[in-house]
Every structure is written in structure tokens, then in C-alpha cells.
Design a protein around this ligand. Structure first.
Ligand code: HEM
Length: 400
């Protein structure tokens, strides 16, 4: 990190060859601050992508799919999960997204899911407390809670939250398998078949007895242009995206508040759990980077990108852009409200944002702090946070 500013200039392109994967994983924020300052769109050799790090440029990319396609060539996500809506552009993408109907939206959350999330909270909270002080809020509460919530919403009545966790992690590992490790592919392929089998079974059941779940909605809403293969891919992508992110948003928020007793006291008193959640997703975007690819030569952030350039859209960085957010590195529940990019933007804006807010901000956060008024970090086991493609707490041992 102390080498030359950046080795420039293969055809006017900044090459940030000083960046290492270890540094990104440990603490990407100083790296991103430097990129925003010196070369806001730069080729990063260790990632094989041009990083887009400023808020305005990320906004441009998110809203111009004709130039910045989500349908990346050679996508590992397609290999691991199939070709989901997340790797399609409109109008094809819109057809796929419409197949989810209102299942993840506020009305269904109010009528169906909140009650299930509350029951799930009680179940996993009881298991967590039974472990006693020193238990890890990530492993022993947030992960199973988020997995079970997603299982219920999707309608995998023939699976357990452990299945969901295994599917999610192995499919995600496939999307990140840049090293082409055969053992990673083998596990992803096993999950791929297991999800297909579980889905086939649920499709047959829901044709007979529909309910409000996602699978039931998709199979009974009669959209012939959405094939079984499409649904398989969309659901795998949603399993990959619907567990780790609420888990991480929940535990990052708890960590931030435990480290800032004054803000915690104010949030408790004023019930501002939604603000705490939203600020946490801005402060540490759980999906730190997502891919796009240029369809033509284009100017962005002061450089000319060739056609076919692979981009890393860096939400972790855009959300800390000092031209948009004052003191961006501070977690501040009371900062003036401005739209952050933690849920993405444009056509692919997170379809599960309401579900995440409901389970984390409306249910888990207030209940956790109410039930455990003396919740605090474990002095013997410091918390750990890591990652840059996905970023979140890897361990959060607590006492109460
Ligand atoms: C705090 C929690 C969450 C965060 C921060 C988050 C973040 C994101 C982001 C950044 C994207 C866009 C990625 C891109 O453009 O390439 C996205 C898409 C998506 N998310 Fe989430 N997500 C969260 C929770 C969830 C949950 C709980 C679900 C499922 C219930 C979900 C389902 C989806 C789906 C289906 C898409 C694809 C939308 C599309 O392609 O139109 N997400 N999410």
C-alpha cells in the first residue's frame, strides 16, 4: 500500500497493482479511499476487473444496462447457479423478476411473513441463550435465523435451515471459485442437484395445494415465458443472496451499536432500529462488490474502458464516498438521510430488501436488545470482520 501512486497507463488506464487480496479481505476501506482519490476507475490485476469506486460512477453503471450489462461472459455465477435474473438485462430480466410477484413485498410480509419471522426469532433466540455467555451471534443466532426465514418464504417445506445454509454457502463458493478448485465445484454441483430435486417435489405439492410462498406463487401464476430452468436458477441465486446478507446486516449493526453505547441508548429510547439497520448497510455494504461488463467502449471516471471490460461495482466504496456522505467512515445513526447503494440500484435493486428490513430491523434488533438489556462484547474473544466481495462479521461472541 505504500508503493507508487499507481502504475499508470496502459492506454490511459490506471492499473492498481499495489492492491493485494489479503489487504482487500482484511480492510478494503483505505484501499477504496485511495482509489476514489487517485483513480476512481482502475484496473485491479488481482481481481481481474476494473473497480468502480465513486458513488456517481456506480450510479451511472447501475442505471445504464445497455452499456454496462449484467450478463457477464464466462460468469462463474452462471456455472454455479444457472443463468438467473441477476445476470440478465431488461426486458428478459423484467419477465423473470415479475415471476416473484408480491411474495417479497410489504403486504405479504405483513400478512404472512412477520409472524413466521417472530416465531423463528423465538426459536433461535432460545437456542442461542441456552448456549450461555460467549455464544457467537453470527453462528449461533443470525445464520440459522436468516436461513429459516428464507426457507419459509421460499416454501422449501421439504428442507431444513441446515440444508439452506449448506446450499447457500456451497453455491456462493462456486460463484467465487476463481481458482477453479474441483472440490469447490463438486460441492456446488451436489447442492445444485439437491435444490433441483427439492424444488421438483415442492412444485408437485404446490400445484395441488398452493400457499403464499415464493415457489407456490411461481408455479401457479402461469407465466409460460419463465421456464423451469429459469426458476431453478432464480431460486438458487436467491438462496445464495438471501441468507448471508441479512445475517451480516444484523450482526454488523449489533457490533456497531455495542461499540457506541451513546448511539445504542438513543436508538433504544427512540426505537430507531430501522435507521440503525440502514446506516449499517451503508457503512458496511454486505454485498461489497458486484460484476458488470461493458458492451462498448465508454468513458467512465476519467478513463476509457474498452468494450468487454469486466467491472467490479464497489458498493462498499460508493457508500463511503466523501462527496456524498459526511465523515463516511463513521457509523452514525443520526446522519442526514441520503440513498445509499447497499441494495444496489436500477433494475436489479435488491428484491429482498423489504424482507431483510422486516426480519432484521423490525424483529431481531429490537427483540435482541430488549431481551438482553446487558448485551455486550465478550472481553475474552474479540469480534472479527472480513471480506470484500461479501463483507460482514465472521465472529461476534457476546455476553449478557
Ligand atoms: C441486508 C440484506 C441484503 C442486502 C444488502 C442485499 C443486497 C443486494 C444487492 C446489492 C443486489 C444487487 C446486485 C447486483 O445488482 O448485481 C441484490 C439483488 C437481489 N437480492 Fe438482495 N440483499 C439483501 C437481502 C436479500 C434477501 C433477504 C433476499 C431474498 C429474500 C434477496 C434477494 C435478492 C434478489 C432476488 C436479487 C436480484 C434482483 C434482480 O436481479 O432483479 N436479497 N441484493
Amino acid at each position: 500500500m505504500t508503493s507508487t501512486v499507481h502504475s499508470v497507463e496502459a492506454g490511459g488506464t490506471a492499473v492498481a497493482d499495489w492492491i493485494t487480496l489479503d489487504d482487500l479481505d482484511r480492510d478494503p476501506f483505505p484501499i477504496y479511499a485511495r482509489l476514489r482519490r487517485e483513480s476512481p476507475v482502475a484496473f485491479v490485476p488481482v481481481a481481474g476487473r476494473y473497480f468502480v469506486t465513486r458513488y456517481d460512477d456506480v450510479h451511472t453503471v447501475d442505471h445504464d444496462p445497455d452499456t454496462f450489462t449484467a450478463n457477464e461472459a464466462g460468469s462463474l455465477m452462471k456455472r454455479s447457479m444457472g443463468h438467473s435474473m441477476l445476470r440478465k438485462d431488461d426486458p428478459e430480466h423484467a419477465v423473470q423478476r415479475a415471476s416473484y410477484g408480491g411474495v417479497l413485498k410489504p403486504k405479504a410480509i405483513k400478512q404472512l411473513w412477520n409472524q413466521r419471522f417472530e416465531e423463528n426469532f423465538e426459536r433461535f433466540f432460545a437456542e442461542f441463550v441456552a448456549r450461555g455467555p460467549g455464544a457467537c451471534l453470527v453462528r449461533d443466532f443470525a445464520a440459522p435465523y436468516a436461513a429459516e426465514n428464507l426457507r419459509v418464504v421460499m416454501g422449501f417445506d421439504n428442507a431444513t435451515h441446515e440444508d439452506m445454509l449448506r446450499w447457500s454457502q456451497t453455491l456462493i463458493n462456486g460463484t467465487g471459485n476463481y481458482a477453479d478448485d474441483p472440490s469447490v465445484w463438486a460441492l456446488a454441483e451436489t447442492s445444485y442437484s439437491e435444490v433441483n430435486d427439492a424444488l421438483d417435489e415442492m412444485i408437485t405439492r404446490f400445484r395441488r395445494e398452493p400457499d403464499g410462498s415464493l415457489i407456490s406463487h411461481i408455479v401457479n401464476s402461469g407465466a409460460p415465458e419463465v421456464t423451469l430452468e429459469d426458476t431453478r436458477a432464480n431460486l438458487k441465486m436467491s438462496i445464495g443472496g438471501g441468507i448471508n446478507e441479512p445475517r451480516d446486516a444484523l450482526t454488523t449493526t449489533v457490533w456497531a451499536l455495542l461499540e457506541r453505547p451513546e448511539q445504542l441508548a438513543a436508538v433504544r429510547e427512540q426505537g430507531r432500529w430501522k435507521d440503525a439497520f440502514e446506516e449499517s448497510v451503508r457503512w458496511v455494504a454486505p454485498i461489497g462488490m458486484y460484476p458488470r461488463q461493458t458492451t462498448r467502449e465508454v468513458e467512465l471516471g476519467g478513463i476509457t474502458l474498452p468494450a468487454g471490460a469486466k467491472l467490479g461495482v464497489v458498493a462498499l466504496s460508493a457508500n463511503r464516498d466523501e462527496t456524498v456522505f459526511e465523515n463516511p467512515d463513521e457509523f452514525d445513526v443520526f446522519r442526514p438521510k441520503k440513498p445509499h447503494l447497499g441494495f444496489g440500484g436500477g433494475a436489479h435493486f435488491c428484491a429482498g430488501a423489504w424482507v431483510a428490513r422486516a426480519q432484521v430491523a423490525d424483529i431481531a434488533l429490537p427483540r435482541l436488545f430488549e431481551r438482553l438489556p446487558d448485551l455486550r462484547l465478550d472481553p475474552q474473544q474479540p469480534p472479527e470482520i472480513g471480506g470484500w466481495v461479501f463483507r460482514g462479521m465472521t465472529s461476534l461472541p457476546v455476553h449478557w
